[in-house]
Ligand binder design. Structure first.
Ligand code: GDP
Ligand code: MN
Ligand code: MN
Length: 292
């Protein structure tokens, strides 16, 4: 529950009252915080945020959608954020380092960045374009995402293993959504997330790398502000905002909460062009010039 800036997380079963004002509108709601970790953000209609507890360590072949449905009764319109880590483990998008032979480039970059050349090779294999080589590899993946070390992880998996991002996260999100519809009959939205670094600011945040059942961006262009000015450039990356908060609920280490349900989000309209094209992306152009 968020209450005038106060955050209450994972409390034992209890009822809390939330009263206050948000965006100038009066609010009042009562929330039951139960065994699932439930957070409620007070707007005109409350948004409930449920961290899915009790999921096992995911292994290849697991049905992630079914495991989530077993633990949280999903409703029509719920948005479920799923950490890419567990989707990839379930699909077997993992490799043992011992089976990776580093190329000359991987050996060179490993020495340059102080990393295991086999890990560097995994990063190179996952990348379609290397944008920056040092002090870490920044690269593009086939689905348009640009990420540090191509999002290849060595955490939350056994020693000596690496986890890759799903190769087509939009398709992954579609698949999970379809499976949830099959199990529950409900139409939900799915966001596959990953924790990413960012330019200009310290600290990682959750990003959406694939989504289904919603549009990535809420388009405010053409809308008027409180003073009647027409907005010309404002596009809100809602999928990243939701992914960002889900990351807060998931945590990064040993929480064991790889999925988060958002209930009661207002609807939005816009478009799906989340990734800049090469020509649009000024930062990428400058970085590429630096490294070419
Ligand atoms: P990423 O952001 O997709 O790279 O995933 P993280 O490694 O940061 O994990 C996100 C959350 O999922 C954390 O709370 C982890 O503890 C949890 N997590 C990761 N793998 C598993 C798993 O196999 N089972 C469970 N129950 N939780 C996991
Ligand atoms: Mn990750
Ligand atoms: Mn993470």
């Amino acid at each position: 529950m968020v209450r005038g800036g106060e955050f209450i997380h994972g409390l034992p079963q209890t009822t809390r009252t939330c009263t206050g004002r948000f965006s100038g509108l009066p609010i009042h709601s009562e929330t039951l915080i139960s065994a699932v970790c439930l957070i409620e953000i007070c707007m005109t209609e409350p948004i409930q945020i449920i961290g899915v507890q009790g999921l096992p360590l995911i292994k290849k072949g697991d049905d992630v959608a079914a495991l989530i449905c077993d633990r949280v009764p999903l409703g029509e319109g719920d948005i479920i954020c799923i950490a890419s880590t567990i989707y990839s483990k379930a699909k077997g998008y993992t490799r043992p380092l011992s089976e990776i032979t580093p190329s000359e480039r991987a050996i060179r970059l490993g020495a340059l960045n102080g990393e295991d050349p086999r890990f560097v090779q995994a990063v190179l294999d996952a990348s379609t374009d290397i944008i920056m080589e040092h002090p870490f590899i920044l690269s593009e993946l086939s689905f348009g995402h640009i990420g540090v070390r191509a999002g290849v992880d060595q955490s939350n998996i056994e020693d000596g293993m690496v986890i890759f991002l799903p190769p087509d996260p939009m398709k992954s999100a579609d698949e999970v959504r379809g499976r949830i519809r099959e199990i529950t009959g409900k139409n939900t939205g799915i966001i596959i997330t990953d924790t990413c670094g960012r330019s200009f600011r310290r600290g990682q945040t959750g990003n959406a790398i694939g989504w289904s059942g919603m549009q990535a961006i809420r388009d405010f262009r053409g809308d008027t502000d409180l003073f009647g000015h027409v907005l010309k450039i404002t596009e809100e990356a809602v999928v990243d905002e939701i992914a960002g908060f889900s990351n807060f609920v998931m945590g990064e280490s040993n929480n064991g909460v790889p999925a988060v349900v958002f209930r009661g989000c207002p609807k939005w309209t816009g478009h799906d062009n989340l990734y800049f094209s090469g020509e649009e992306d000024i930062t990428r152009r400058v970085l590429k010039k630096e490294w070419s």
